[in-house]
Design a protein around this ligand. Sequence first.
Ligand code: SF4
Length: 430
Amino acid sequence: MADFNKLLGKLEILSAAARYDASCASSGSRRSHGDGGGSGLPAGVCHSWSADGRCISLLKVLYSNRCRYDCAYCVNRRSTDGPRASFTPSEIAELTVNFYRRNYIEGLFLSSGVFSTPDGTMEELVEAVRLLREEHRFNGYIHLKLIPGADPRLVEQAGRHADRVSVNIELPTAASLRQLAPDKSREAVLAPMRTVDELIVAAAGERQSSPRSPRFAPAGQSTQLIVGATPENDCEILTLSEALYRRMHLRRVYYSAYVPVGSDNRLPALPVPPLQREHRLYQADWLLRYYGFAVTELLDESTPQLDAHLDPKAAWALRHPEQFPVEVNRADYETLLRVPGLGVRSARRILRARRSGALHGDDLARLGVVMKRARWFLTAGGRYLGERLPAAAGTLRDCLLAGYPQSAARPDQQQLALFSGLPATVCGEL
Ligand code: SF4
């Protein structure tokens, strides 16, 4: 028990040290079932998604918060004070199995400071997950961080044991990396990502011809970018993400609003972390991955930042009135997905429902389509579905920002001309 209490002491330090890594979907969960049901740990538990799409709770912890590097944005950097601790491979394996058997967690998210050489650090991380898999027969989910600069042989071993692996790029450009994380190089970060991508492709090919051949990181790889610590704009950040999705087949890029953790004069003095910007980047990222958008459609040199007030799809639609309104009875799936307010589920329901006959405006609400935003961009059977607006309502952007309409139209209201070349009176005739 004394040893276990010692482990819990380390856990307190190392789970707190891991909380700034956003590349696990959430962190710091507090779940409690006072009646004795399976409870979550009060600290160090995050949620993620497994390869088959299940939401799972993970023990999120650093192997060590000792680090030789001095990345300016990091709470664990060499030059900070504060308690330091390290596990051994057998300690982290035993702790994980212990919590797993108690039903606290369904897996492990393990990262680490670079406490020795990149290979020396990676070797200990690999040993920890090897012990879990081979000695403890641990069948839970493992997300393992790769250390920039680690040998490809160790990267391969990591991916044989882990479900997901990741290397944090952290900063979008080599110049920013040089400035804030001078011990790391862009190549040292990208090299393991390339290795992982090649090994995932190779393993998938082998399993097609031989289904029993070993798996390699079946939940893919991800990375994290810090937002707001350096001057890169949203266009540069999303262009990098798009390249990572297309060329290295990353499953996820996580965006982490910069949280000021020190007084280093290389860092901006932000009054609060840019959480709204982080939120917009996630929305735009979603459009890249699931809605068929390219970064160049959302942003360019003249508009390098996402609209702080409007979601990226609505902002795109307002810049492209020539694409609207869209006729629900004729538009293909990809076009429907571009209508603000329509998501994957709504677009599929529309396609399915119209096989049985032409759709009218009322049918869409019955299908569960949320019309509040979509109505401004749709026709059904030639009839425009937008509301009549009071003259004081201003532009469509104003209406979307205000969440209009909030009530039924009144007789003194007039039609707003929304789309170029379509006088207000004609919109209703389309
Ligand atoms: S390598 Fe940099 S970001 Fe990672 S723990 Fe060390 S100081 Fe922090």
